[in-house]
Every structure is written in structure tokens, then in C-alpha cells.
Write a protein that binds this ligand. Structure first.
Ligand SMILES: Nc1nc2c(c(=O)[nH]1)N[C@H]1C(S)=C(S)[C@@H](COP(=O)(O)O)O[C@H]1N2
Ligand SMILES: [Mo]
Length: 315
């Protein structure tokens, strides 16, 4: 028996989402040269961003046909068990969730631990708009224009010590404000983790906004993790604590079901989930399933993090 039991019917019925305008999606040059460590926009194609993409941010790793998913879908089809286990629950139940004031604690194996008001935590960092492909372990996917800061920026300021190998993230614990926490759907508070090199990768964001606006509560206000080459559950929402550790942290989903949710959770079409194939995905707003790409299309940027690792064992 697992506590997390998702029938295949949870995957979006195609009829529920209109096949929206098709864009001649193009991306790329706008992102080139933004970061010293090579062009992260590689994997996008070179004919330039569409007007829509230009208005929403820099496209990263997009493929032909990767037009941004409609804002109404991004903000109404969600996973956020603190506000209910149905995809439509968070938009309904999180509406009154108050995220001001908000404190973020940085602790563990760092030279400069701290307890920050969110504004102070964010202020020194450059805010960027970036369009990423995102894919859920349940085989649906979206293309999302995030706004956020690089996690590496925050971690560098905290100065990890030589012993730091992992980063653990924790969501707010407050059953009064998060009614789903009154039920044992997951091991609360929700927590997640990354290896330090994954956390320092320039693609890894702490998002504060989506579609050019502040994050709505259902998307993880006021601060959530975005790791575009990993399954969506790594994208922990409403973060209150970031802790540097020597040992691999436990994570809520792998505690709920270690056979189905591993620590790495890299998008990988060759390693199926025990109950369904990961070879294809249902892009929300599109009619046909599309093939899933290795590391969700970011293999050129992140593949080297995993060289020599057996990705069947380290799923
Ligand atoms: N705290 C918390 N974070 C969470 C979850 C959750 O239940 N609680 N669900 C995860 C899952 S399974 C997914 S797919 C993404 C969904 O993010 P989105 O609703 O913004 O698309 O959030 C992740 N972050
Ligand atoms: Mo997910």
C-alpha cells in the first residue's frame, strides 16, 4: 500500500485542455552569453525567440513547438498537497494563504548562517525571467515562464564549508494555514534535497514569480525551487529553510514510497516509473503526447553532473 496512489486518470484528460494557438516556437540567441559557463540556451533553435517568448523571458532548452503553456493552466492545474491532493485543490484552497511577512532560514554547514526576511534574502540577487520546460513524474508537462534568482547566488553568499555535500529544503509547517497538513498524506513538513553541485548549477532557480507576476499561492508563494531537468516533485514550494548537510537528506516523496520516488528524480525516458512509462508525456494544452527528452532537454547542460552514475539505480 502506498500513501500516494495516482490512478492514470489523474493524467490530464486531453479534452479538458484546448489545443491552443500553435506558435512557431523559436528560441535561443537572447539567452546566449548570459552566463559565462557556456550557452545554457543550447538545445533551443537559432531563429530567435517568438514575440510571446520575448515578452516573457529568456527561453532555455526549448524545442520546436515549446510555446509557453497558458497562464490559466499553469496557475490552476497544480500539485501542492498542503492544500489538497487533487490538481484543482490548490487554486481553490490556497487563495487566502498569507505570505507576508515571510522568513527564510539558511543553516547547517555554512560559514554565514542567517535568518532573513524574504526581501533581504532576495535583495542582493539579480532577478531573471526564464522560460523552462517542466515535467511531472506523472508524465504531464508544461513550458513555464518563471521569474527568480539563481540558487547558487544565495548559497555562495552563505559560504558552504568544505564538508557540505547536499542541500535540504523545507516547506512551512502550519496546519492552520495549510489544511492538507492535518492529514497524513505525506511526511510533513514537505522536504526535498539536491546534491550541492546540482544546487549550484546555473539552471537551478529559486522562483518568486511566474508569468511576470508574483507567484500565486498555488504555485508555491513566496519562494519555490525550480530544477528543470528533474521531475516536478523536486520543485518544493513555500520554502522556509535551506540547510547544507554532509549526508543525503531524506525527502518527503521517497519516504512515502522509496520504490517510486528516488533522490535524484532526473527526467529520463529510459527509466520507467514502476507503474507507467516515462518515454512520452502529455503537454498540457496540446493534443498529442510527445517524446520525453533525456534530462528534459537539458542534457548538454547537466549530463556531466551524472557521468559514471548508474541512472537506473540512482533514479
Ligand atoms: N510543498 C510542496 N511542494 C511541492 C509539492 C507539494 O505537494 N508540496 N508538489 C510537487 C509536485 S509533485 C509538482 S509536479 C510541482 C508542481 O508545481 P506547479 O503546481 O507549480 O506546477 O510542485 C512540487 N512541489
Ligand atoms: Mo509532480
Amino acid at each position: 500500500m502506498t500513501r500516494h496512489d495516482l490512478p492514470s486518470s489523474e493524467i490530464t484528460p486531453e479534452s479538458a485542455y484546448l489545443d491552443r494557438r500553435r506558435f512557431i516556437a523559436a528560441a535561443g540567441l537572447a539567452g546566449a552569453g548570459l552566463l559565462a559557463a557556456g550557452s545554457l540556451a543550447r538545445g533551443a533553435f537559432a531563429s530567435g525567440p517568438t514575440p510571446q517568448q520575448k515578452s516573457l523571458g529568456t527561453p532555455y532548452g526549448l524545442q520546436p513547438g515549446d510555446d509557453p503553456t497558458a497562464e490559466e493552466d499553469v496557475t490552476s492545474y497544480n500539485n501542492f498537497y498542503e492544500f489538497g491532493t487533487g490538481k484543482g485543490d490548490p487554486v481553490e484552497n490556497a487563495q487566502g494563504f498569507v505570505t507576508k511577512p515571510w522568513t527564510v532560514k539558511v543553516e547547517g554547514l555554512v560559514k554565514k548562517p542567517g535568518n532573513y526576511q524574504l526581501e533581504d534574502f532576495l535583495k542582493p540577487s539579480k532577478v531573471e525571467d526564464r522560460i523552462y520546460r517542466m515535467r511531472c513524474v506523472e508524465a504531464w508537462s508544461m513550458v513555464i515562464p518563471w521569474r527568480g534568482i539563481m540558487l547558487a547566488d544565495v548559497l555562495k553568499r552563505a559560504e558552504p564549508t568544505a564538508g557540505a555535500k547536499f542541500v535540504e529544503f523545507t516547506t512551512l509547517m502550519d496546519p492552520k494555514r495549510m489544511p492538507g497538513q492535518r492529514y497524513p498524506a505525506l511526511d510533513w513538513p514537505y522536504n526535498e534535497g539536491l546534491r550541492l553541485d546540482e544546487a549550484m548549477h546555473p539552471l537551478t532557480l529559486l522562483a518568486t514569480g511566474v508569468y511576470g507576476k508574483e507567484l500565486p499561492p498555488q504555485n508555491g508563494a513566496p519562494l519555490r525551487l525550480v530544477v528543470p531537468w528533474k521531475y516536478g516533485f523536486k520543485g518544493i514550494k513555500s520554502i522556509v529553510r535551506i540547510r547544507l548537510t554532509e549526508k543525503m537528506p531524506s525527502t518527503s516523496w521517497s519516504i512515502a514510497n522509496p520504490g517510486e520516488y528516488g533522490f535524484y528524480a532526473n527526467v529520463n525516458p529510459q527509466v520507467d516509473h514502476p507503474r507507467w512509462s516515462q518515454a512520452t508525456e502529455q503537454r498540457i494544452g496540446r493534443f498529442r503526447r510527445i517524446p520525453t527528452l533525456m534530462f528534459n532537454g537539458y542534457a548538454d547542460q547537466v549530463g556531466s553532473l551524472y557521468s559514471g552514475m548508474d541512472l537506473r539505480r540512482n533514479y
